[in-house]
Design a protein around this ligand. Structure first.
Ligand SMILES: C[S@@+](CC[C@H](N)C(=O)[O-])C[C@H]1O[C@@H](n2cnc3c(N)ncnc32)[C@H](O)[C@@H]1O
Length: 312
């Protein structure tokens, strides 16, 4: 069943994001992960005439849903592009606020035909943009056990990563026909016998690790955060919501380099980086997290962390 716009995705930390990002009105903003347009809709409805909002998503379903939902705002431009391309659309020093709400939308998880969820018995796919070249099966057919084990460790701290990776790739070599979640369940039962109570959490971590590779999530994020700093104008705000420790670490470490004046490595005796001032400062030292009542109403918000930075 096709979802209506309003149940495409329940946006998280709405008040916190609006309080952080809306520093100028009319102003110029970018939503790099538009999804169903939940954050963009509230932002747009608060913006005065003369504002501008650029909305990006790599998922055509999101572009369609957000297009319908945001159609009444003539100052919104919707771009079907990955956020690693924001710099080819947006000028340097042009935006008052940029939002990244990372990870997957509820629509991607709940629509079985998208192949993101281990709870469905639909073919596993995991591409946010179904036009991208490699789905999960093709990705696995093109990797080796060392690489897959490193991915499982790095992307989700997976225990017994090498054994799991080896069995997955042996199975993939013999697989005839489509890839279903049951394939991974069978392997995890062999690697972790006697732990049926842990099966869902193991599957969730395994799927997260593979999904991050299929969509190049880490490299997309690192590149785009750097680009966002260039695109913000002085005083502008960068708001990033992450959902797990790997994403959050990338946000902290990538943006930390902009919080320093000199970024030369310690062994360089005399500064040669030319950075004479900081480009960013943190607005709050600790990330903002959802209230208990938000988590109660929307359990998918439970791991969200909002980091807010201001361009100097
Ligand atoms: C958590 S949802 C965002 C939900 C949105 N804030 C809302 O209110 O509906 C994350 C969205 O980011 C998109 N996304 C993830 N990585 C992306 C990338 N590299 N480029 C563009 N969009 C991306 C996903 O397709 C998904 O629609």
């Amino acid at each position: 069943m096709e979802k209506t716009n309003s149940d495409y995705h329940q946006p998280v930390l709405m008040d916190e994001v609006m309080n952080a990002i809306l520093i100028k009105n009319p102003g110029s903003y970018a939503d790099c992960t538009t999804g169903g347009g939940g954050h963009s809709l509230v932002l747009a409805s608060r913006l005065l005439a003369g504002s501008q909002l650029d909305c990006f998503d790599r998922d055509p379903d999101a572009i369609k849903a957000a297009g319908l939902r945001l159609a009444s705002f003539d100052f919104i431009n919707i771009h079907h592009r990955p956020f690693s391309e924001i710099r080819s659309v947006l000028n340097a020093n042009s935006k008052d606020g940029i939002l990244f709400d990372l990870g997957v939308s509820s629509h991607q998880l709940d629509d079985a035909s998208r192949g993101f969820s281990f709870r469905d018995e639909q073919e596993v796919d995991m591409r946010m943009n179904p036009e991208d070249p490699l789905d999960a099966l093709e990705f696995l057919q093109n990797t080796d056990a060392e690489e897959l084990a490193a991915i499982l460790r790095d992307n989700s701290d997976f225990e017994k990563a090498y054994k799991t990776a080896t069995l997955i790739l042996e199975g993939i070599n013999k697989l005839e026909g489509p890839l279903y979640p049951e394939f991974f369940r069978t392997i995890l039962k062999q690697v972790f016998p006697g732990k049926p109570h842990k099966m869902n959490s193991l599957l969730a971590r395994l799927f997260q690790a593979i999904r991050m590779e299929v969509n190049s999530e880490k490299s997309e994020l690192k590149q785009s955060l750097v680009d966002a700093v260039h695109i913000l104008q002085s005083g502008g705000r960068l708001c990033v919501i992450s959902y797990h420790s790997v994403e959050d670490r990338i946000v902290k470490t990538t943006l930390a380099t902009f919080e320093k004046e000199c970024i030369c490595p310690p062994e360089v005796p005399v500064c040669n980086c030319g950075r004479s001032f900081k480009l960013l400062k943190k607005v709050n030292n600790k990330p903002l997290i959802p209230t208990a009542s938000e988590v109660n109403a929307n359990p998918r918000a439970r791991s969200a962390k909002l980091r807010i930075y201001q361009k100097v």
